[in-house]
Write a protein that binds this ligand. Structure first.
Ligand code: SF4
Length: 353
């Protein structure tokens, strides 16, 4: 992992979290400790196979495992609970972090391959009104290693290659920009997960300066904008970020992003009954996105306990989709997976409830 060779690991008693230690730093450590250079490759491979104890590195001699355990830890992200859907192959993982915080990630399996949706922060500061993730407040950003560990451990548990990465779990990825970008680059690294950037999606609620910055990264990752409303009045009430970065400015930033990258933006639009799912909403959406290289992903809104929002009925979802499609905007309705385990969008929580 060349992406995050800086050490901001969150250490426990001066021991560094090995998933946060970059490739250069690890090979330097091996050299300093006078172990043969080929040991680097062995340790590196074990990491991305999802080990969480040095004893699992079975082809390393005991003295090397002991030295590793003196300087590093592997237990910053530990499985607390796993819920497997009875409806499909979706599984939700609740992780306990070394400082007692918890986060969630979701494994999904589609025809196109497997996918992991990771959390990027412990909680979220954005305060979207329909989102369970924001309700327990915000604690901290995740490190690059904590992001990578979610993928490594899920890959190991599922005993499957992970084909797609989605940064749409708990948190606003663009607020943890450097670690998320480092994570995406590391996922793409052939010596780590070797996942094509074209199979990665990162979402934002619309933090304009970071959209501009992301356009300059030269990463063919899909940018998803959580839109969810077509007027400033409604969007500001659903998503407080809109008060800072209103729709017109957001659309300008999206057009700039498309001009600069040549990449299509995915607009996420969750449909909530009687809130944002009328034919007028659909027509305004068409007008807003007219002429833009984009795609609309309709998310049949999910019921979240203790929240006033209810998902739109099927006929309203279909009507909305038809208006958008007739308006010439490419549109799909996302198939919801894991509905029985609260693994869908807006349903992930920071707490184990
Ligand atoms: S929808 Fe995304 S940005 Fe908004 S509060 Fe939830 S996690 Fe944060």
């Amino acid at each position: 992992m060349e992406a995050d060779d800086s050490d901001d690991t969150g250490t426990s008693k001066d021991k560094r979290y090995l998933y946060d230690v970059g490739a250069n730093a690890l090979s330097q450590w091996i050299e300093n400790e006078e172990f043969p250079p080929y040991r680097f490759r062995q340790i590196w491979q074990w990491l991305w196979r999802g080990v969480n104890s040095f004893d699992q590195m079975t082809d390393l001699p005991k003295d090397l495992r002991d030295r590793l355990a003196e300087d590093f830890v592997l237990d910053h992200v530990l499985l607390e609970k796993k819920l497997s859907s009875h409806l499909d192959e979706t599984a939700k993982y609740l992780w306990k972090l070394h400082d007692g915080e918890t986060i969630e990630s979701v494994f999904m399996s589609y025809k196109a391959g497997t996918s992991v949706c990771v959390s990027s922060q412990v909680g979220c500061q954005m305060g979207c009104d329909f989102c369970a993730s924001s309700k327990a407040g915000f604690a901290r950003d995740l490190t690059t290693g904590e992001l990578l560990a979610q993928v490594a451990f899920i890959g190991k548990d599922q005993a499957r290659r992970i084909d797609h990465i989605v940064v749409m779990g708990i948190g606003e990825p663009m607020q943890n920009y450097d670690h998320v970008v480092g994570f995406l680059r590391a996922c793409n690294d052939p010596a780590i997960f070797n996942i094509s950037m074209r199979k990665m999606t990162v979402s934002t609620c619309g933090i304009i300066p970071q959209i501009h910055k992301f356009a300059g990264e030269d990463m063919p990752v899909t940018l998803a904008i959580s839109l969810h409303a077509t007027t400033n009045r409604l969007r500001s009430s659903l998503m407080p970020i809109n008060r800072l970065y209103p729709l017109e400015d957001l659309m300008d930033a999206c057009r700039d992003y498309i001009d600069k990258t040549g990449r299509r933006i995915s607009f996420e639009y969750a449909l909530f009954s009687g809130v944002n799912d009328s034919p007028d909403d659909a027509r305004r959406l068409v007008k807003l996105l007219d002429g833009m290289l984009c795609h609309v992903n309709i998310i049949p809104g999910n019921d979240v306990p203790d929240m006033p929002y209810k998902g739109s009925p099927k006929d309203r979802v279909e009507n909305f989709r038809q208006i958008v499609q007739t308006g010439g905007i490419p549109v799909t309705v996302r198939r919801e997976l894991g509905a029985d385990i609260m693994a869908a969008c807006g349903q992930l929580r920071r707490s184990n409830t």
